[in-house]
Design a protein around this ligand. Structure first.
Ligand SMILES: Nc1ncnc2c1ncn2[C@@H]1O[C@H](COP(=O)(O)OP(=O)(O)O)[C@@H](O)[C@H]1O
Ligand SMILES: [Mg+2]
Length: 508
């Protein structure tokens, strides 16, 4: 007898339907899985066999069982096929009616005792299901909240194989998941509040502009200047994710298997701070079954590269393309795939290897050549993509102590939220978009300068040898500065401020 159960495979951020066909026929008692399964899927046969027996059902030991995962040209990975395979075997051996499975999709790993375990990629599978008329989605109970983030889909939280069989037989129905998606929870308290950062008004202003328009920023200063502290304060001033953005980010974390179990919807902008020893694949994504890298985990949030020159130069260079495209493409024999990677880069570095070049109190011990080599680890093209450069001086302790507490993060965030609302109005229909996302056409439309502004820009182009990219980036920052001031036009002082963040600090 042949039975068929629908399941799903994850490729990139998308789910693809997989038919799990189970044939129980006469012949030697064997269980074979075909259709490009990986090792974890092959191991499934042992788990399924034991789970079926331990759930009080009959494993058809006297029959030859063939499991085909179709289409055969899509690689199948991981343990999520345990549940559909078990259901297929029970249907093929007449223990559940084949009709009971019609119009449903099942995913889940089985424990040996028949209980279901969490699997990754539930959200993309649920999204596929609701667009393809699936009337019942069976997932591990632990994953039901994630599947139910999307409307218009009946999600059944399955605790055990036995419970699902009782449901399918109509003996004891499982109630569809009805937990309401968590309401507007208060944003979590950030680790560092801006009020705790004394002085450094210039750097704080740059961070505010960066957060308001999604611009890239680099802080340079000696050790102890507060660069790491300020970067860590960023999450507290970033506006909340819109629901659309939250679902986008959650999908990435679902595939990367990084969703928190208790409330799966990611509502806070990501802040990722990978260590400088990170590999190429860890940063941009990769692996045999490509997983999102840090740049995608930072999508719609911040990628913080602390001590940037310590990163492998080749690894840093791969950031260039995604910083332009806001996404990353990974090629594999099975075809290429794309992960979103629209992140704000926040980077920090010392001015030289010893850290004290330019410090008023401590002498720098580095040779000029050593300083140059150190700075050249950040290539020109990468620097060209940084919108805001800020020098962060070290404040002596006595001076720090005397300074007043600054503005609270919540206050700054209100200004940023207002500036983002203006951007949303501007880019209506292209949301979620911020000033840094503007292409050349939008820059021409929305970043017009008056005569005075044009003249300043011409002079700056000559003096600072701005590239065409640099020119556009200055205009976008000026647009954000104007937005923070609720100004429809870019005025001269907006442009002047934007230009000052482009000072060529890399010229010694
Ligand atoms: N402007 C500041 N206001 C308050 N504390 C500061 C400031 N600058 C530095 N600190 C203190 O010094 C510590 C070291 O700062 P850190 O951010 O690690 O410096 P950096 O990353 O520039 O080397 C911080 O944890 C903080 O306690
Ligand atoms: Mg630091």
């Amino acid at each position: 007898m042949l039975a068929k159960v629908l399941s799903a495979a994850i490729w990139g951020l998308e789910a693809q339907p997989i038919d799990v066909e189970v044939d129980a026929g006469k012949g030697m008692a064997t269980l074979t899985i075909v259709g490009l399964p990986d090792a974890a899927v092959r191991e499934s046969s042992e788990r399924v066999r034991t789970a079926i027996r331990n759930s009080g059902f009959r494993f058809p030991y006297t029959q030859r069982i063939t499991v085909n995962l179709a289409p055969a040209d899509i690689r199948k990975e991981g343990p999520a096929y345990d549940l559909p395979i078990a259901l297929g075997i029970l249907a093929a051996s007449g223990q559940i009616a084949a009709e009971a499975l019609e119009g449903s999709l099942a995913l889940g790993e089985l424990s040996l005792d028949g209980s279901l375990r969490h699997v990754r990629g539930i959200l993309p599978a649920a999204d596929w299901a609701r667009h393809h008329g699936i009337r019942a989605l069976y997932v591990p109970a632990a994953d039901a909240a994630e599947a139910a983030l999307l409307p218009e889909l009946a999600v059944y939280p399955v605790p055990t194989l036995a419970a699902l069989v009782a449901h399918l037989r109509g003996e004891e129905p499982i109630a569809p998941y009805s937990g309401t998606p968590a309401g507007e929870a208060a944003p979590p308290r950030p680790a560092v509040d801006f009020a705790d950062i004394r002085g450094q008004e210039h750097a704080k202003r740059a961070l505010e502009i960066a957060a308001a328009g999604g611009h890239n920023l680099l802080m340079m200063g000696p050790p102890g200047a507060g660069k790491t502290l300020m970067a860590r304060a960023m999450p507290g001033i970033l506006p909340r994710l819109t629901l659309e953005e939250a679902l986008e980010v959650t999908r990435i974390y679902s595939v990367a298997d990084l969703l928190p179990a208790d409330s799966p919807l990611i509502r806070v902008r990501p802040f990722r701070a990978p260590h400088h020893t990170i590999s190429h694949a860890g940063l941009v994504g990769g692996g045999r079954w490509p997983r999102p890298g840090e740049i995608s985990l930072a999508h719609r949030g911040v990628l913080f590269l602390d001590e940037m020159p310590e990163f492998n130069r080749r690894v840093l260079e791969v950031l260039r393309q995604p910083m332009e495209d806001k996404q990353v493409t990974i090629s594999r024999a099975q075809g290429s795939l794309t992960f979103p990677a629209n992140f704000m880069l926040v980077a920090a570095m010392n001015p030289c290897p010893c850290g004290y070049y330019g410090d008023p109190e401590r002498a720098c011990t580095c040779s000029l050549g050593a300083i140059q080599r150190y700075r050249q680890r950040i290539s020109g093209p990468l620097l060209d993509r940084i919108d805001l450069y800020v020098e962060v001086p070290r404040l002596p302790y006595e001076k720090l102590r005397k300074l007043e507490a600054g503005e609270r993060s919540a206050t700054i965030r209100e200004r940023i939220t207002a500036a983002r609302a203006r951007q949303q109005d501007r880019f209506r229909g292209q949301a979620p978009m911020v000033n840094s996302d503007m292409g050349p056409a939008e820059v021409r439309t929305y970043c017009r300068l008056d005569g005075e502004g044009e003249r300043l820009m011409q002079a700056a182009m000559r003096q600072m040898q701005l590239s065409a990219r640099g020119y556009h980036r200055v205009l976008k920052v000026a647009r954000t500065i104007a937005d923070l001031e609720a100004s429809a036009e870019i005025r001269l002082h907006h442009l002047a401020e934007a230009l000052q963040y482009r000072q060529q600090i890399f010229v010694l």
